[in-house]
Ligand binder design. Structure first.
Ligand code: FDA
Length: 452
């Protein structure tokens, strides 16, 4: 058993933990980062599958994400824009694929008017929300007591409008059924990106990618830490007092003045705390859970949809794959599509055999792009639900009523233990940008305490 003494022990080598470790090290503190997996990056994972480079986890960068944009630039990485020339496709309740341009789906004028009016109302509500303190809004309790679905259905009886409005924060972001989280949680998701309109604008939210893959961010951050990152070290026990922390992993023990738990909050209960965490944390952590989405990668010998004048951007709240995009790599002659199957639909297809599931998902993609979509040369499903050290995708959120009840306490430290993760963020919530912001914040708090 290796024994180390450091100023700060960081549990988790995702974007949050590695950012915090770099900030602390720059300020002169000694650090050790303990990572459960045999690689760094957490929910960022770029890999080559059957000869195709795939972004198995997070990949897109949007223009509001200053913390990520600065980090990418500082690490010397280059970005490129998502392919978006040509028409998008929408499949409506009649199952017919319709081409469109711009942000409004090709729905009837009546449905379009309803969507536009509710979007305007949502933008006004989101403008009143501070993403760092959504619980502080005067209507927070009321907005956290009604589900996103119930609120939308109370605004209109136009089912197609409701489904299209709902999926921006539902299937596409929180990846939970829209009856299972609140209006307030939905407003936070939108506020974290600046507005509800930003979230529904694919050209904004899915703007750029990093050449060579986004996992380079954690890989390069880890490189700067050298021997201070320890892989295959799941932390099982944290012993703490006002005097410091002892983190016990499978092969090592680190004694430190402070700890940062830089893992997804749904995983905190996997660690034994001695003494036990306070009552509030015990309760709160039971009300945060991971959403679930399958990210589907289909690679073809060429981006055939471009020949038909299609951008690759496709949406339908009625389809198994509710959204799909051109995800061709920078400089690659082959064409890659990425599709997403979310929440209960993801549960349902995982009840099928792998072959049947593939067939069903490719069938859904073919409704957008035609029969050629059914024959990729490489097919891969990112299944984060089966990853022990994540247990879902994309990120964690409160159940109905939890955000107002516990949100203010989510980031509070417990003695020498601090918390940092994308799932605790305001701006950049559930995104790499938020992970970096939370890593910086935890480091800043510790530096202040260390100097006091
Ligand atoms: P993260 O979960 O990455 O890191 C936590 C680390 O802690 C992990 O490495 C884990 O192994 C480790 N750990 C857990 N328990 C431990 C223990 N007991 N001991 C030691 N280590 C432990 N974002 C974005 O900005 N753009 C995008 O396009 C996408 N798309 C996307 C797609 C998919 C499929 C996923 C899964 C996620 C995204 N995201 C995204 C979200 C984004 O990837 C995510 O928010 C951040 O990468 C999270 O970084 P963190 O460091 O906060 O947690």
């Amino acid at each position: 058993m290796v024994e180390l003494n450091r100023d700060v022990v960081i549990v988790g080598a995702g974007a949050a933990g590695l950012t915090a470790a770099n900030e602390l090290k720059k300020a002169g503190l000694s650090v050790a980062v303990l990572e459960a997996r045999d690689r760094v990056g957490g929910r960022l994972h770029t890999d080559v599958i059957e000869g195709a480079m795939l972004e198995i986890g997070g990949q897109w960068v949007s223009p509001d994400q200053d913390a990520l944009i600065d980090t990418v630039a500082e690490l010397g990485l280059e970005t490129f824009s998502r392919y978006r020339d040509g028409d998008s496709v929408y499949v409506g309740p009649d199952g017919v694929a319709k081409r469109f341009t711009g942000e409004m789906f090709p729905v009837s004028p009546e449905t379009e008017a309803v969507i536009a009016e509710i979007t305007e109302r949502l933008d006004a509500m989101v403008a009143e929300i501070d993403p760092d303190r959504p619980w502080a809004h005067e209507k927070a309790a009321e907005w956290d007591s009604i589900s996103w679905d119930a609120w939308l259905r109370a605004q209109t009886d136009d089912d197609e409008a409701v489904r299209n409005l709902a999926f921006a924060t539902g299937s596409a972001m929180l990846t939970k059924p829209t009856h299972s989280f609140s209006l307030l949680q939905s407003l936070l998701m939108a506020a974290s990106a600046g507005s509800y309109s930003h979230l529904v604008d694919a050209d904004f939210i899915l703007d750029k990618r990093v050449v060579g893959g986004l996992q380079q961010v954690p890989l390069l951050l880890a490189e700067r830490l050298g021997d201070d990152v320890f892989l295959e070290q799941p932390v099982r026990t944290i012993d703490y007092s006002d005097g410091g922390v002892t983190a016990i992993a499978d092969g090592m023990t680190v004694r430190a003045r402070f700890a940062i738990l830089a893992l997804a909050p749904n995983l905190y209960p996997r660690i034994s705390f001695v003494p036990a965490l306070p009552r509030l944390q015990h309760q709160m952590h039971q009300h945060i859970s991971m959403g679930f989405v399958i990210k589907v990668h289909a690679v073809y010998d060429r981006p055939f949809w471009r020949e038909q004048g299609l951008s690759g951007t496709a949406f339908s709240p009625y389809e198994l794959s509710h959204e799909a995009y051109d995800n061709t790599n920078h400089g690659d002659e082959r064409g890659t599509l990425v599709g997403f199957v979310s929440d209960q639909r993801a549960d349902d297809v995982f009840r099928l055999s792998a072959e049947e599931r593939k067939e069903r998902i490719l069938e859904s993609l073919s409704h957008y792009y035609g029969p050629e979509a059914k024959n990729p040369i490489v097919y891969y499903e990112s299944d984060w639900g089966s990853e022990e050290w994540t247990r879902g995708a994309y990120a964690a959120s409160f159940d109905l009523g939890g955000l107002h009840r516990y949100g203010a306490d989510l980031r509070s430290s417990v003695g020498p233990i601090h918390f940092a993760c994308s799932d605790l963020a305001g701006a950049g919530y559930q995104h790499v940008d938020g992970a970096i912001r939370m890593g910086r914040l935890a480091a800043e708090q510790i530096l202040q305490e260390a100097r006091a």
